[in-house]
Design a protein around this ligand. Structure first.
Ligand code: COA
Length: 334
């Protein structure tokens, strides 16, 4: 007997933006900068930072609670956890295991992935494979970042510290026999650019992994070559979006909504221009949350759903680019 094709689709989402709102003015006490510089160069007006002592697994909890409620499921319905973060609670073990304990999941598998800003695209691509092969029915994809503790709040780090921020989102993907859901995902990497956006320490190449010398050299901060990142991002975003569309015999004209990783408003505007999309087709919330790395796409998607901006049957395109470099896209039928 012919079996129906299984797709994975999103049945519930939730996000959590830490209460601590940091406006651009905040940074002027530590470095030479201004609201005008930050707004004009990045589009960011404010972002959220966690309270001292909070890690990604902590801020994931309210996001997961909201996603479960939204999907009308309980922890017992979840078969597998994928936790995407570039700022894990600890080096070992992964934040997925910490979340499993925190929220009393049964002893289901918990996989951490470290694909930085592309984390959500990579995570849903893995979830999609497990669902399509009918290994798992309901998968929880968690994306949570605490970037604030990796920021160098001095003049040296001013190009980076005003951009990155904290936030969490949770997405529940489930098996469906309908033609809704993820049509395809497309993943790429180019490690020769690893030093253009990286945190060098702690590193297993150093012995000891962390020392006063390493701290004095400020190797534990996120460092970025902004111009290089910008140049590659504006090339890779449109490229990987077109790749995904072509794979599904679609064109740019079929896009109802594009949610790019919230890297920088100027990058989003350039993608929009290259693809000839209108303002209402490209979602942007970077002015409120900054760049929350892996959490940025799902936070924006969750807001989009809450604002009733997605209709059944819409073609939704998600695309990301970031550290690695790694980048990717996902084409969904809503
Ligand atoms: N406030 C004020 N001035 C700042 C500053 C800040 N926060 N950060 C950097 N500057 C200064 C620089 O020191 C430089 O000064 P100088 O001319 O005296 O040397 C000047 O502003 C211009 O710096 P530059 O690096 O040329 O700026 P830019 O136009 O490239 O903008 C970024 C910097 C970071 C905003 C831009 O490169 C960018 O958006 N890159 C992509 C970043 C991104 O999206 N990252 C996430 C990827 S996932």
């Amino acid at each position: 007997m012919k079996q129906n094709k299984i797709n994975s689709h999103i049945i519930g989402m939730g996000y959590y933006a830490p209460e601590n709102i940091i406006d651009n003015e905040y940074f002027t006490q530590f470095m030479e900068t201004s609201d005008q510089w930050i707004s004009e160069r990045t589009g960011i007006k404010e972002r959220r930072f966690v309270n001292k002592g909070q890690g990604p697994a902590d801020i994931a909890v309210p996001a997961v609670e909201r996603a479960l409620e939204n999907a009308k499921l309980t922890v017992d319905d979840i078969d597998f956890i994928i936790f995407a973060t570039s700022t894990p609670d600890y080096y070992i073990p992964g934040s997925g295991c910490i979340l499993q304990e925190k929220m009393n999941f049964s002893t289901i598998g918990a996989l951490d992935i470290r694909n930085a800003c592309s984390g959500f695209i990579y995570a849903i691509s893995i979830a999609d494979q497990f669902i399509k092969t009918q290994t798992y029915k309901n998968i929880l994809v968690v994306t949570a970042e605490v970037q604030s503790t990796a920021m160098n709040l001095t003049n040296t780090g001013r190009d980076t510290s005003v951009i990155f921020a904290d936030g969490a989102a949770a997405t529940i993907l489930s098996a469906t026999e309908s033609n809704q859901g993820i049509l395809s995902t497309h993943l790429h990497s180019e490690g020769k650019y690893l030093k253009e956006l990286w945190v060098e320490a702690p590193s297993s190449k150093a012995n000891p992994k962390l020392s006063q010398e390493i701290l004095d050299q400020e190797k534990h901060y996120l460092k970025m070559n902004g111009k290089e990142v910008f140049k590659h991002a504006v090339k890779r975003f449109p490229e990987v979006i077109i790749e995904g569309l072509k794979h599904n015999n679609l064109t740019v004209d079929d896009i109802d909504l594009l949610i790019p990783h919230q890297a920088n408003i100027r990058i989003s505007k350039m993608i929009q221009k290259k693809l000839n999309l209108s303002d209402h087709q490209v979602i942007s919330n970077i002015h409120k949350y900054g760049n929350t790395t892996a959490a940025s796409i799902p936070i924006a998607l969750c807001e989009t759903i809450n604002n009733n901006k997605l209709c059944k049957g819409d073609t939704l395109v998600l695309a990301a680019f970031g550290s690695g470099f790694s980048w990717g896209s996902a084409i969904l039928k809503w």
